[in-house]
Design a protein around this ligand. Structure first.
Ligand code: GDP
Length: 296
């Protein structure tokens, strides 16, 4: 289960505070050191941890004594509030275009869960009475097109493909034209990934972006890769100006680093999360719910 280590460490720290009536400066300092270590062990970006601890400490020290809360509860509340703020405060909704179709381009490294997420997102839209079209523009990974077709079939969403011999830019353009003709209101483009970031991949994605001008460019990253996920997000963002991040594999034993740092490092919100291999294993990202999950 995700965040297990982080949650139990934070709970241990808070438990120590609970036994105390009034907190001394040393109590607070010790607690903050423990929270800091717990976050670093959870693979949260170092600068993010430093800033987080300094905001929390400042608020704990300056906190008005609230009659209704014990000192320990007050510290927990501040940590909770600051975690929520760090992860974006509120839900970040999917943008939509005033002139349909809304074009969503999914990008990311191979294996992150992009193709699966394309289908999950299509299913999510379908449940909200939208009419998505999936576009298979990953012409490099063997079987990616077939995989998307199988998934599309499972959820009864059409999949547009021109095979793997056509330029992805042309596939994306033709897919959007096809969506207009079929009166589909959302187009989800599954693009190619590589095992590592390379210039050729970035250039291809830039070309697609330029030609189709997507409403959303969502980066799919594997939460289990921790700080690497954040580095990948930074790199994609610098090249493509992504509009959001989707974290996959949050059901795994991810330590939490990516969920906590991505927004602060890239200034791009997490919009959705994948919590399993099945197409229903999909959630909207709510910073407050995620903070509750982390604090346990
Ligand atoms: P792509 O190369 O980015 O298109 O990745 P795929 O969509 O093919 O996914 C790679 C693997 O990760 C597949 O085995 C998926 O079933 C699996 N996967 C995708 N999303 C999740 C998730 O949220 N949780 C888990 N446990 N596995 C996932």
């Amino acid at each position: 289960m995700a965040f297990e280590g982080l949650t139990s460490k934070l709970q241990e720290t808070f438990k120590k505070l609970r036994g105390k009536g009034k907190l001394t400066e040393k109590d607070v300092k010790d607690a903050m050191r423990e929270v800091k270590l717990a976050l670093l062990e959870a693979d949260v970006n170092y600068k993010v941890v430093k800033d987080f601890i300094s905001s929390v400490s400042e608020r704990v020290v300056g906190a008005e004594v609230m009659e209704s809360l014990t000192p320990a509860q007050q510290v927990i509340k501040i940590v909770n509030d600051e975690l929520i703020k760090l992860m974006g405060s509120t839900e970040s909704k999917l943008r939509h275009s005033n002139t349909p179709p809304t074009v969503i381009m999914l990008v990311g490294l191979q294996g992150a869960g992009k193709t699966t997420m394309a289908a999950k997102l299509a299913l999510h839209l379908k449940k909200h009475n939208k009419k998505p079209l999936l576009v298979a523009a990953d012409v490099y990974r063997p079987a990616a097109i077939k995989q998307l077709q199988i998934l599309g079939n499972q959820i009864d969403v059409p999949v547009f493909s021109l095979g793997d011999k056509v330029n992805p830019v042309d596939i994306a353009k033709a897919g959007i034209e096809s969506a207009k003709k079929q009166e589909r209101d959302y187009v989800i483009i599954d693009t190619a990934g590589r095992l590592h970031i390379d210039e050729e991949l970035m250039q291809e994605l830039k070309n697609i972006k330029e030609e189709v001008n997507p409403t959303e460019i969502l980066l799919v990253v594997d939460a289990m890769t921790g700080q690497d996920a954040v580095n990948v997000a930074e790199h994609f963002n610098n090249n493509l100006n992504i509009t959001g991040v989707i974290l996959t594999k949050l059901d795994g034993d991810t330590r939490g680093g990516a969920a906590i740092s991505v927004k602060a490092v890239t200034n791009t919100p997490i919009k959705f999360v994948g919590t399993g291999e099945k197409l229903n294993d999909f959630e909207i990202f709510y910073p407050d719910r995620m903070a509750s999950r982390i604090l346990g």
